[in-house]
Structures are given as structure tokens and as C-alpha cells.
Design a protein around this ligand. Structure first.
Ligand SMILES: Nc1ncnc2c1ncn2[C@@H]1O[C@H](COP(=O)(O)OP(=O)(O)OP(=O)(O)O)[C@@H](O)[C@H]1O
Ligand SMILES: [Mg+2]
Length: 432
């Protein structure tokens, strides 16, 4: 069967009846393939199938396409007046072209959203910017469905807008699914929160008992070691539970942040002091740069301490004996930078993009050995972003160390932030 008017892929294997013999001969020899290809291409470009009636004019073709796409489609004039709706729109809303022209698009939109949509329409008509919005539209049975509405201006060669062409895509099911996902994420966060609380309760009596035991002189070396192990493990458990609690608070939007002007250098120097013992024990050098000059930041001192502590505990964990870690505080472009760099094992390029996602530790055997949950970096990110800042991770690759840079708004002399605090981001905050 002739296929020269059909899709090109088909044509490569089956030629027009008149050329079939020549094609076969051409395919037999590779050098002839090029000639056959050119021949077929020429035929494809010149051959015309007798057109059925529906293709008579470009307008027919457009109508056929517009009426058969899955979306509700429409055309508006440059002043925003709607001048045409496709068949799906009319079927969906149970109206006719004339009714829609007379009553306007407002007739089928949810009354609660009308003012907002009208204002947005006006803005787009003035600026000529492509349109995108989420709108609720009434079906013929009175039920409202959610549509993702897009429109683009069609312009002439001088840039003047001739028409707006728009489509509305029904995304009601997707939105319901997203809501379900968000609800299940909230339930998960609540579960983690209850679990962490319950597990945290026995920690206080454990601490007290340990303290009492440590007051008595140890009988022998074994007892000293056992007490040290118990203390280390209880401390570790307390940190894991605190992180779990905080991450669940992030998920439920309950993480508490209080911003006021404070000294980033002072905070960093205190944290460096707190970690001096751990670093000495692990044989890793810890240095500070710029910690002796005050550097005013607008943030929550205890949350900055928490973020920096997480970075330092990572740095010491992933830097082998003999390595060094540097904490640097300084100003850059109206922001305060607190950077922690290490000479440790580094981070593979493919790990960098997902580093701040929770529970990534399972990707990494070394980290698993260290007993982390993979919550430190996600917490750092949320803590810093909740204060209007950012965090960046850099590494040249495995074995080449890593650097984490916190950037927070510098406090202006009056104590105000250079930029307002952003709302606390939740894990499942995707909105259309
Ligand atoms: N300084 C670093 N050098 C190399 N890898 C790092 C460094 N900091 C973090 N990572 C990698 O990023 C992963 C995630 O870090 P994160 O702090 O979130 O979790 P963790 O330290 O494993 O556990 P947790 O902080 O919950 O105790 C780590 O497991 C490790 O693979
Ligand atoms: Mg960590």
C-alpha cells in the first residue's frame, strides 16, 4: 500500500507502489540508501493525498482540532471580551455559544473567586504577560471543578495583541490526590512527633540516674568505661530525639523561631568552644576565622547555634584523624555568612542535589555506621530558611573536603532585617 502521504517512519520501510522496485534495489546497497532517502523525502514533500471535505479550509482544521482537544478552549479579544468557546467548554457548562457571549465567562465561574480572577485578568490585559491561574468552573449539573487555566497573547509583527488564546485543563482529581498526600504527610509528622515525645520521656530519669551514679567514686576501670558509654549513648539518643521532634514540628508548621539582632561571631565562637573537646578527642584541628569581630545578624541565636552545631558535628564525623575544620564568619552583600569547611571525605557530585532531604543517610554506608538519622542537614535548611536565610553545600568531590555556607540577613544598625522573614516552609507546601 502506498504510504508516501503517511508518517515518515512508515515510509522508510514501504514505498509508493511506483517506486517500490527502485527502493528495494537502493536498500540492497548502503551507498544507494542516501539516494533513496533523498528521493523519498522529495516525494513526501511534493505528494498530496486527495483531501477529505473537513480539511477544506484552515478554519475547518482549526475548529476540528479545538473542539477535540481534552481542554476547554477559548479566544478573547485584546480588551478581554470572550469571543469564542470550543465545543468542550459548551458541553461542560451546558451552554451555547450565544449564551456564553451574552453572559460572559463570569457566568460559569465560582462567585467566591470572581473578584480575584477579574483583577488578575485586568493586570494581564495591561501587561500582555501570559496568563496562568487556578479557577473553579461550574459543570452543567451545578458541580464545580478545578481548572488550570493558561492563556497566551497572539501578536502581529509589530507586537500588538490581536487575540488571547486560552485553555482550561481539569485538574480536580490531581488536586484531590495532592491533598490526600499532604494529609498523609501531616499524619506522618504527627506520628513522628508523638513517637519522639514518648521516647523522650524516659530520658530525664535516665540522665538523673546517670548523674547520681557519677557522683560515687568508680570501683574499677570497667565501671568508669561503662558509665562513659552510658553517658555517650544517652546524649546521642537525646540528640536524635530532639532532631526528630524538631523535624516533625517543621512538618506541622510548629517550629518556634524568634528573630532579633544578635552577634553571629559570638554565637560561632561559643559553638566552637563547645565542640573543642570532641574535636580534640577525634584528633581533628578546629580553627575559627573572623570570630573575634562582632557581626550583627537578625536571627534566632539558639536556632543559629543549633544549625551550626549540626554542621560541626557532621564536619567532625566525616573528617578523619589529622584533618582540619574551619569556621568562618563574615559579611557579604548585606548578608552574614557563617561557613564550615573541612578537609574530610567530601561529597560525591550526585549526592549534592538531595543532601538536604530528610533521611538521606540510607544512601551512605559510612553515615549509617555513625548512627545518624539523616535529619541534621534538613533541619539546618529549615532553621536557616525560617530566618530568611539560605544554606549551600559545596564539595569538589570524594576525598576533597566539604563546605557548608549559611547566609542570614545582616541586622541593620537600627536592628531591622535587610529583608522580611519568610514564612516557615513545610515539607508538603506545594500549592498551585
Ligand atoms: N561535612 C560533610 N562531609 C561529608 N559528607 C557530609 C558532610 N555533612 C553531611 N554529609 C553527608 O550528608 C548526609 C546527611 O547529613 P545529615 O547531617 O543530614 O545526616 P547525618 O549526619 O547522617 O545524621 P544526623 O545528622 O541525623 O545525626 C550525611 O549522612 C553524609 O553522607
Ligand atoms: Mg548530621
Amino acid at each position: 500500500m502506498s504510504s508516501c502521504g503517511g508518517p515518515w517512519m512508515q515510509r522508510m520501510g514501504s514505498c509508493h507502489a511506483r517506486t517500490r522496485g527502485r527502493c528495494r534495489a537502493a536498500f540492497a546497497k548502503p551507498e544507494r540508501m542516501r539516494i533513496a532517502f533523498a528521493h523519498n523525502l522529495r516525494r513526501a514533500l511534493t505528494w498530496r493525498r486527495p483531501r477529505p471535505d473537513i480539511y477544506r479550509s484552515g478554519e475547518d482544521m482549526f475548529k476540528l482540532l479545538a473542539d477535540n482537544i481534552a481542554q476547554l478552549a477559548w479566544i478573547a479579544e485584546p480588551d478581554g471580551r470572550m469571543s469564542w468557546y470550543n465545543k468542550r467548554w459548551l458541553e461542560f457548562s451546558g451552554t451555547t455559544q450565544e449564551q456564553m457571549r451574552k453572559l460572559g465567562w463570569e457566568h460559569v465561574h465560582h462567585p467566591d473567586h470572581l473578584d480575584r480572577v477579574r483583577q488578575k485578568v485586568q493586570r494581564h490585559l495591561q501587561t500582555g504577560e501570559p496568563w496562568k491561574d487556578l479557577v473553579a468552573q461550574r459543570r452543567s449539573d451545578g458541580v464545580y471543578r478545578w481548572f488550570l487555566s493558561h492563556a497566551f497573547p497572539l501578536r502581529d509583527e509589530t507586537g500588538r495583541i490581536l487575540k488571547w488564546f486560552g485553555t482550561n485543563t481539569d485538574i480536580t482529581e490531581q488536586l484531590a490526590l495532592e491533598e490526600e498526600l499532604r494529609a498523609s504527610d501531616r499524619r506522618k509528622s504527627e506520628f513522628i512527633s508523638v513517637l519522639a515525645h514518648e521516647l523522650r520521656n524516659p530520658m530525664a530519669p535516665l540522665w538523673n540516674s546517670l548523674e547520681i551514679l557519677q557522683r560515687f567514686p568508680a570501683q574499677d576501670e570497667k565501671q568508669v568505661r561503662a558509665l562513659a558509654v552510658a553517658e555517650r549513648q544517652v546524649r546521642h539518643m537525646a540528640k536524635l530525639l530532639d532532631d526528630l521532634l524538631d523535624i516533625s514540628r517543621v512538618g506541622t508548621g510548629k517550629l518556634h523561631i524568634e528573630r532579633e539582632p544578635c552577634d553571629a561571631a559570638g554565637i560561632a565562637s561559643q559553638v566552637v568552644g563547645d565542640f573543642a573537646g570532641v574535636f580534640a578527642t577525634r584528633g581533628v584541628a578546629l580553627e575559627g576565622t573572623g570570630l573575634d569581630r562582632p557581626c550583627r545578624v537578625l536571627g534566632d541565636a539558639s536556632r543559629i547555634t543549633q544549625a551550626l552545631s549540626n554542621l560541626l558535628s557532621n564536619a567532625v564525623k566525616f573528617t578523619p584523624k589529622g584533618g582540619r575544620v574551619r569556621v568562618r564568619v563574615g559579611r557579604s552583600e548585606g548578608q552574614v555568612e557563617i561557613a564550615v569547611s573541612d578537609s574530610g571525605r567530601g561529597i560525591a557530585a550526585e549526592m549534592l542535589p538531595t543532601l538536604f532531604q530528610p533521611f538521606r543517610t540510607h544512601m551512605d554506608r559510612e553515615s549509617l555506621k555513625e548512627g545518624g538519622l539523616g535529619l541534621g542537614l534538613p533541619l539546618v535548611k529549615h532553621l536557616v530558611e525560617a530566618q530568611g536565610g539560605t544554606v549551600e553545600a559545596r564539595s569538589e568531590g570524594c576525598g576533597r573536603g566539604a563546605e557548608f555556607i549559611l547566609r542570614l540577613p545582616a541586622a541593620a544598625p537600627g536592628g531591622q532585617a535587610a529583608e522580611p522573614a519568610r514564612p516557615l516552609p513545610a515539607y508538603a507546601s506545594a500549592e498551585i
